[in-house]
Design a protein around this ligand. Sequence first.
Ligand SMILES: [Zn+2]
Length: 459
Amino acid sequence: MSVMSDGKSDLKSEIDSLVGKLNKYSAAYYKDARPLVSDAEYDRLYDRLVKLETEHPELKSPYSPTQRVGDDAIQGFEDVKHTIPVLSLDKAYGIADLENFRQRIFKAGFRDVSFSLEEKIDGLSVVLYYEHGSLSRAVTRGNGIVGSDITAGVKTIRSVPLMLDKPITIACRGELYLDKKSFERINGTLSEPYANARNLAAGLIKRQKTSEVAGTGLDIFIYEGFLSEDAPENRGIVFNSHAEMLRFLTELGFRTNPHTRFVGFDEFDRIDEFIADATSIRATLDYDIDGMVLKVDDFSIRGKLGYTQHHPRWAIAYKFESPVARSVLKDIQVQVGRTGRLTPVAVFDKTFLLGSFIENASLHNKGYINELEIAIGDEISFSKRGDVIPQVEEVLEKNESGNKTFRFPDKCPVCGGKVEDIGKNTFCINDQCPARIVGEAAFFVSKTAMDIEGIGSST
Ligand SMILES: [Zn+2]
């Protein structure tokens, strides 16, 4: 610590004390709905903190609650390497797959196993890294090895503790999402609405200014904690099961999902009932879920089951049935339409979906590619909504080759000329571009002005 004059160290301790109090009060208010002080008292302390921080920006604490409102600094979203394994889960597409999952555990010699059953939130997988109790980094899943730094945006989410009650070093996995009401409210104001809340959440957290992230309604459920074992500050803290871990995370101040339940090995015969229960409340939840996650509760059994090359053997994600198909992304072709708009199109092996074979699906634009963090080799899902062009829905499984998010071309793929971003779209601005001239001719002979060529169902 640097040496400070007495006046400054007094100010520093006043700031630290204000930060500590305000964080405690706001956690009680937002997380527990149990205010500890009046709004007026809170505002008085908050205003005092803002005044001190404005006068002495060098003393501003990285845990200051003033970060909850964000600022206008431009975010860089630098690449960050994960320090924990960010694996995805094996998928189940029916009850039979879940029964097979139980049988595999049974055959591995484990009889008296209970499971946690959690909602699978349809959001973005993120990791929050805490060092000595303070939030040091928030990172997207990315390709599982490297993700994007979204720390400043995540700090605006009030349920995320900036400082923990214990000075421990822990990495927490969670799901970042936007609730249904906020989705409708925000989407209604956009000239180019998003297809679903997950995509909008991905767009919001990557807004360039955190002042535009704050207050949008983004939130996070935390579902897994990884304690750094060799850290002296973690000494004496152990959890032996998922239930213990969730209790620990909740006590630490994290927002965990209250609908998580536990299923005994014998109760597993009723797993279809439990899933039906979850499905029946799906519409009443204020967030989207797209399935359920089953995990072995006991950590010593988890340890013995271990991992395949791709997944933990002790967990499986059950996906609700929906008219989507999946395939592996082979390529992304960027087409140029009549208006000069660049449209990325996913290419994959012929896959049957709702009555026809398809091998292409739209990726809409550069923004959509970045939101999905999609890379060649990823396993993807795609849908046909109504009779429209198939579109890529989500990345189910990251590629194992370390391929990074597809880099959108910074030149027109047809004429090599300059391109310009307008909103979420990218346009070739060369009016002599052959794609645009050919496109124009094609436009006059076709009945409808389609901006996307070469996509459609080939039967
Ligand atoms: Zn061009």
